[in-house]
Ligand binder design. Structure first.
Ligand code: ASP
Ligand code: MG
Length: 424
């Protein structure tokens, strides 16, 4: 007997029939004798609808400002998960399973005060553990907790993955199963590369890079938490028949296991290729090459919540002037340019140039740490296809390459095959 946290995303609970199907997955694990807690998202599209309502309210009233109280935003958008938790509990009860729903504040899942993007600080799992011991299934509303101000707080979009991993850590679960609309983590996006392979296992660090660099399977924060607390996390499909052979296999369920790298025996050099669209490049030309110039640029950008990603600075020829290039999400370009021009006297540059619609493709693999020439292979393969590289950044386990948007799919396909990731 084990303790399992099962998480179901928006598409898995999109309507009553799908919630019934989810209940059958839960029933399978309960009947196998496991202790089960379930974390649910809102029905797909619901959170977007709720966010839209919140954003429109000030306009409808004719307010001068589009701003609204973030605490009330949370009160509204957290309601989607409350609905699915209740519906799933009803479905389980109708299947003769002892179940009840829990909202974040009832457990309590304690967060910080950052409404709209709160972080979980503490979860009191004692009551849930006791009830699981008595055979009750806890159905927990994901995405929400309660802040120190005693108000509902939400964890940022996609946050119910994070709820699930945090609950798994708090309950000391043996496993956290993330059920979604894909059947695992692939070497790259199968919609772009049909030869993409489903990975049996992927290391926490690699998954963290994949998620941060554009793969949309899991919220980045959930992977960080899984890594810190060493929560064995499976990504698997909710759309398969809950009673198909192997679905209840405890040691080897169908899907991808995200785990410690020590568990991965046959480590490939490269594990996957990720890509992120809508990147923009900003270049500051003829900057003074002096101490403090980077701080003068990136300090104000950070204060304005602009997320800077790749940063490339030239070594100046004569020690007086240099160029600095960095990337931001395309949607932040105008804001970034304004911040830079507001701060032009303090920074001291000649001109600022920018270009949107770029794509960052990334090659990820823990095996890179111990293999030379991984980057050179990528550069050669892209060159052969005539793809120009605009910027490069690397870490121990990844290489990110910035290219023109229209080449995105070709680049992903090229990199996927040059490292032998295509399935036969
Ligand atoms: N329903 C929330 C969202 O759409 C949380 C989640 O699905 O993970 O962002
Ligand atoms: Mg999600």
């Amino acid at each position: 007997m084990a303790r399992i946290v099962m998480k179901f995303g928006g598409t898995s609970v999109a309507d009553l029939d799908r919630i019934k199907n989810v209940a059958r997955h839960v029933k399978r694990e309960v009947e196998a004798g496991h202790e089960v807690a379930v974390v649910v998202s809102a029905m797909s599209g619901k959170t977007n609808e709720l966010v839209g309502w919140v954003q429109n309210m000030p306009k409808v009233v004719g307010a001068n400002s589009p701003f609204y109280d973030a605490r009330e935003y949370d009160a509204v958008v957290a309601s989607g998960e409350q609905v699915t938790a209740g519906l799933l509990a009803i479905a389980l009860q109708a299947m003769d399973i002892n179940a009840r729903s829990w909202q974040g504040w009832q457990i309590a899942i304690r967060t910080d005060n950052a409404h709209g993007a709160a972080r979980i600080q503490e979860i009191d799992g004692a009551d849930i553990v006791k009830r699981m011991g008595e055979g009750q299934v806890a159905v927990i509303a994901g995405f929400q907790g309660i802040g120190p101000d005693n108000r509902i707080a939400t964890l940022g979009r996609g946050g119910s993955d994070t709820s699930a991993v945090a609950v798994a850590a708090a309950l000391k679960a043996d496993r956290c199963d993330i059920y979604t609309d894909v059947d695992g983590v692939y070497t790259t996006d199968p919609r772009i590369v049909p030869q993409a392979r489903r990975l049996k296992k992927i290391a926490f660090e690699e998954m963290l890079e994949m998620a941060s660099l554009g793969a949309k399977v899991l919220q980045v924060r959930s992977v960080e938490l899984a890594m810190v607390h060493k929560v064995r996390t499976f990504v698997r499909s909710s759309f398969e028949d809950p009673d198909a052979p192997g679905m209840g296999d405890f040691l080897n369920p169908p899907g991808t296991l995200i785990c410690d790298e020590d568990e991965i025996v046959e480590q490939e050099v490269v594990t996957g290729i990720a890509y992120a669209k809508d990147e923009a490049q900003i270049s500051l030309r003829r900057l003074a090459d002096r101490p403090g110039v980077s701080a003068a640029i990136f300090g104000p950008l950070a204060e304005n919540h602009i997320n800077v990603d790749m940063i490339v600075q030239n070594i100046s020829e004569d020690g007086s002037k240099t160029d600095m290039t960095f990337t931001v999400p395309s949607g932040d370009v105008d804001k970034a340019i304004k911040v830079l021009s507001d701060n032009k006297p303090a920074i001291g540059y000649d001109v600022v140039q920018h270009e949107s619609g770029l794509v960052k493709v990334s090659v990820i693999g823990i095996g890179m740490r111990s293999h030379a020439g991984v980057a050179a292979t990528a550069f050669r393969a892209l060159a052969e296809k005539g793809i120009n590289i605009k910027a490069i950044t690397t870490s121990e386990i990844k290489i990110s390459i910035l290219i023109d948007g229209p080449y995105a799919e070709l680049a992903v396909r090229t990199l996927h095959s040059c490292y032998g990731l295509d399935k036969n």
